[in-house]
Design a protein around this ligand. Sequence first.
Ligand SMILES: Cc1cc2nc3c(=O)[nH]c(=O)nc-3n(C[C@H](O)[C@H](O)[C@H](O)COP(=O)(O)OP(=O)(O)OC[C@H]3O[C@@H](n4cnc5c(N)ncnc54)[C@H](O)[C@@H]3O)c2cc1C
Length: 427
Amino acid sequence: MAITGLGFSGTMVLAHLVNSAQPPKRIALIDPSPKPWRGLAYSTHHPAHLLNVRARAMSAYGGDADHFLRWLHAQKEYAGFRADDFVPRRIYGDYLESIARTALEKARARQIEIVHLHASLRTIGGGNPHHQLTLEGGAQLSARALVLATGNRFDEAGEGAATRHPWHISADDWKHGKHGRIVLVGAGLTAMDMAASLLADGYSGEILMLSRHGLNPHAHNASKAGDVDALLAHLMRGGLSARLFALRRAMREGTQDWRSIIDGLRGHTPIIWQSLNAQDQQRFLSRLLSFWNIHRHRMDATQRARILAAPNVRHQRGQVLKASAHHVQLRHSSREQRIDADVVLDCRGPSYRALIPALADASAGELIACHPQGGLISNDAYRVNDPSCAPIYALGALLFGERFETTAVPELRVQAEELAKILAPLS
Ligand SMILES: Cc1cc2nc3c(=O)[nH]c(=O)nc-3n(C[C@H](O)[C@H](O)[C@H](O)COP(=O)(O)OP(=O)(O)OC[C@H]3O[C@@H](n4cnc5c(N)ncnc54)[C@H](O)[C@@H]3O)c2cc1C
């Protein structure tokens, strides 16, 4: 059995597998990252990069809600964090690393052979009863089942394409321009993250966010997930416009805080999504996704207020027509403007359409099929290929088109546990 991708999703599949009643005899782990277990989100070292959810909601185990809090409080240096705090993401990375270490010890004790291959998956030779996998560099291995947990990908085309991704810069990149200008293409969580770390590092030049709608993520408050039963009836039928009308009315005129409604809908989002036709799904993604995201993916209120009150943070509306390392061409209300900067960073966040080359090839070879809205077509049991070959399973962002709500810890921890239950008897 092979697990490709060792971010949260792959790590948690491993953690459940080594604990299962019938664990596999051999598990190959494939990931080129120098910081396995953490994935993109939790590899950052910057203390200003915070979780966007309170600590109490971040257990890696769905059936053990306090697991993260207990771990935090067992570490002397982190014991001061409370359940309602937004903890730095690097600490969550430490948590995942400790789960992985425990899983590897457990594997050793149970005589499960773990082979960690530090390379990218390059091709999947669909076969039966084994897949022949080729890694970057040419190494080959065979696997009776393949798990795809390749997570967050970035769009290499479109607006902002010629710029750099924020995760690939260091303070040295902007030190020389301390009093200049950094342009952030995007105004969502990634841009807010970048602004937070630049301000924390004392950057006093201009931080200019560019976005079409001029909207930043909203802040969390103390509200809890609410009762959405009555609203659900309106969100499960009809066209997109009618559903949107019902949602907006409930958010504006209902007795609950709008955040309670959005959070109450979370567990139902996949079935609402699946009840839309393909055209409405497409319309939602192209016209409404950024509005949905600022309501659904919120952030710490204190961090948000600090960023937006900073005198050197500015926000400009417009469509980015072209972007390069030091320039952006922006259009707003039919006027075009060239903006110069010391650094231009692509802060549009992950793309659910971008596929790793191995999956693009496998889809071209018809071993797997791409979902029209992004990711792969799968059945309810995470399987993404037909039964004529050894099984291939996917979880996380690769299920975006199927489930829509599939990229954060509360969904991924359930998927990892369910998938491990399917995998264990296969070995
Ligand atoms: C900046 C950021 C902050 C976030 N903050 C939060 C948060 O606070 N709370 C929350 O719940 N969620 C958050 N998320 C969502 C986050 O994506 C999930 O919580 C989770 O980390 C996703 O894990 P994953 O394993 O599915 O994907 P990833 O973390 O992206 O891991 C994918 C792994 O696959 C590997 N890989 C990729 N291609 C290949 C290949 N070809 N071969 C082999 N390996 C490959 C990568 O090296 C990586 O290790 C955040 C996301 C981002 C981007």
